[in-house]
Design a protein around this ligand. Structure first.
Ligand SMILES: [Zn+2]
Length: 271
């Protein structure tokens, strides 16, 4: 899950869970916890959920008494809300129930993290303390992006996928913003012109917001079990190897960029 899906999950969790008191929790994959299960359970049962917001690829859930529950779905998870009289999804690894009988379950695809911390411990939580702003945050400005690129010899792709610099973009949402800005993923950051930067900044926001307005990725379900509509029908070059570029008609290529792959139009995005 990347930023659009995390944003949508946070929004819906906020709507459904705010003000609800935990009645019980069950966790089958206890490795995802940062505390022994009994300790985790004894802290969270009886406490209220107060809020939810995205933090890079994490959902940060505000819990009563100065606690935060950090949830990272790893490669993905079906995190689904149920009401009092609903049947929760059949297979699950994590199950919360609230005092009003509603709750949510999570069926994790591969691994996940569910970390419960005191707010005073957040600054020392290694996996999230150093996360940069997400493209939806107000401190993600064009000048901020410029500051990341200026005098840097790393590739643009590496910088944009470095979660300590920009949080929430992974190997799904990286391709189309670069294409829309005519920037090759391996371009050295310090060669990006101000015009290219302006285009790239705008296209990152365009792609993230477009996916949010489509309800996120077509192969992930939201908090109500409904799939999004962002996929092959919306991608420009992402995952379209061998197809024609929507701008110039050149064949889209899949190339190696370090340990990951990129999808590019070689004509629109010269190196
Ligand atoms: Zn092209």
């Amino acid at each position: 899950m990347e930023l659009p899906e995390i944003y949508l999950l946070s929004r819906d969790m906020y709507k459904e869970l705010k003000g609800k008191t935990v009645n019980d929790v069950e966790v089958k994959n206890v490795k995802c916890l940062n505390l022994p299960f009994e300790e985790f359970r004894s802290i969270i049962v009886g406490k209220k959920f107060l809020g939810a917001k995205p933090k890079g690829k994490w959902v940060s859930l505000e819990i009563e008494d100065e606690y935060t529950l950090l949830y990272n779905t790893g490669m993905g998870a079906n995190t689904i809300y149920y009401q009092k009289d609903d049947q929760p999804q059949e297979t699950w690894h994590i199950k919360f129930r609230f005092e009003d009988g509603s709750g949510f379950t999570s069926r994790v695809w591969w691994f996940c993290y569910l970390h419960l911390l005191k707010n005073s411990e957040l600054a020392s939580h290694k996996m999230t303390a150093k996360l940069g702003p997400t493209p939806l945050d107000s401190d993600f400005s064009e000048d901020y992006l410029n500051g990341l690129f200026i005098a840097k010899r790393s590739s643009v792709k590496n910088i944009l996928m470095d979660q300590s610099k920009v949080a929430g973009i992974g190997n799904v949402y990286i391709h189309d913003p670069l294409f829309l800005a005519n920037v090759h993923p391996l371009r050295q950051a310090n060669t990006i012109t101000r015009d290219e930067l302006t285009k790239l900044y705008a296209s990152i926001k365009t792609v993230i917001n477009e996916s949010i307005s489509c309800g996120g990725l077509a192969y992930e379900v939201n908090f109500y079990g409904v799939k999004g509509d962002y996929g092959k029908n919306r991608y420009r070059v992402a995952y379209k190897e061998g197809e024609a570029c929507p701008i110039c008609g050149e064949t889209i290529q899949k190339i190696k960029t370090g340990s990951t792959s990129s999808y590019i139009c070689p004509k629109c995005q010269p190196l």
